[in-house]
Design a protein around this ligand. Structure first.
Ligand SMILES: C[S@@+](CC[C@H](N)C(=O)[O-])C[C@H]1O[C@@H](n2cnc3c(N)ncnc32)[C@H](O)[C@@H]1O
Length: 296
């Protein structure tokens, strides 16, 4: 039986902020998508899971050395069977957008409310369950553009959730990639579970990905660093007259992203969605956008 080791960080609302804890975890080499956060009335809990106890101990040791204010760090062991039942226990189908109802695959018998579109999702192995603000904002923006786009590019597809929303919103050509080959596998399973297939679905890093065409709609739910570092490439993937959604931006990074994307000639900010901790931007690329030589 497989064992997982959970590094668990518990804090009250007066302790170090979620942002601060998250930033420390990322600095210590944890991928943002591997951080599981839960907020309760009494406080917050953030967890990172490892198959090896040595890796969990190493992270716990480094975190303790940071002396984060009001944060208790512990390691808990889970047999995989516990873990499986644990994550399933909290899951219920839910409305992702006004039209789309997410049904986890293990609950695939669940009834979809009438007039709504089901989206079946295997939720264990990649980022993109639809519960995170950054995904919800992107999905809502895609649905809001229903039938205004035919081609869609999904940068950092995760579970493939945004590609599925794009198909359900009228896309005919969908290309998706993710730096994590495991996510690509999960996306393939999810697309199939929804009787869909991307035209291109493969592993790739946004910094190196070879784009063969431009797209009516592009979505990139990535960390701010990548959104800024690869801005010119991301913007260049949008067809003139097309739209760009960028998400994954912590509120404190909003001015930086706004400034960076403001350098792209012919890119008009159409909408900003702000949540409790995250925000997302919708841009439109003008029909006659010029060269983008801006740098920060
Ligand atoms: C926040 S998740 C978004 C997943 C999904 N698109 C959503 O909106 O829920 C970011 C995804 O981007 C992938 N990713 C991170 N850095 C990347 C990069 N440089 N190039 C391509 N994909 C990347 C991660 O593996 C992860 O699956």
């Amino acid at each position: 039986m497989k064992i997982l080791h959970e590094v668990c960080l518990r804090s009250g609302h007066d302790g170090s902020s979620r942002e601060m804890i998250q930033a420390c975890l990322v600095l210590l080499g944890v991928l943002p998508e591997n951080i599981i956060a839960e907020e309760g009335r009494a406080g917050r809990k953030m967890s990172v899971f490892f198959p090896l106890v040595a890796s969990a101990r190493r992270l716990a040791r480094s975190l303790r050395a940071l002396k984060l204010k009001g944060v208790a760090i512990s390691i808990r062991m889970h047999r995989q069977v516990d873990w499986e039942t644990r994550w399933k226990k909290g899951w219920k189908p839910f409305m992702l957008t006004p039209r789309i109802y997410v049904i986890p695959l293990f609950l695939s018998e669940a009834q979809c409310p009438s007039g709504k579109t089901p989206l079946y999702l295997e939720t264990t192995s990649a980022f993109g369950t639809g519960l995170h603000e950054t995904t919800r904002f992107s999905a809502g923006l895609i649905e809001g553009l229903t039938d205004t786009f035919k081609s869609f590019l999904d940068i950092g597809t995760g579970t493939g959730i945004l590609s599925i929303v794009a198909f359900r919103s009228g896309a005919r050509y969908v290309e998706a990639f993710d730096i994590d080959a495991g996510a690509v596998k999960a996306a393939r399973v999810n697309l199939k579970a929804n009787s869909l297939r991307c035209d291109v679905l493969k592993a790739g890093d946004v910094g190196e990905y070879g784009l063969q065409r431009t797209f009516d709609l592009v979505a990139a739910n990535l960390i701010t660093h990548d959104l800024v570092a690869f801005r010119q490439k991301i913007v260049a993937s949008v067809a003139p007259g097309g739209h760009l959604i960028i998400s994954g931006i912590a509120l404190k990074n909003m001015p930086l992203v706004k400034k960076a994307y403001g350098l792209s000639a012919g890119l008009e900010c159409v909408k900003i969605i702000k949540g409790k901790e995250w925000c997302a931007f919708l841009f439109r690329r003008s029909l006659t956008s010029g060269r983008d030589d801006g740098s920060l």
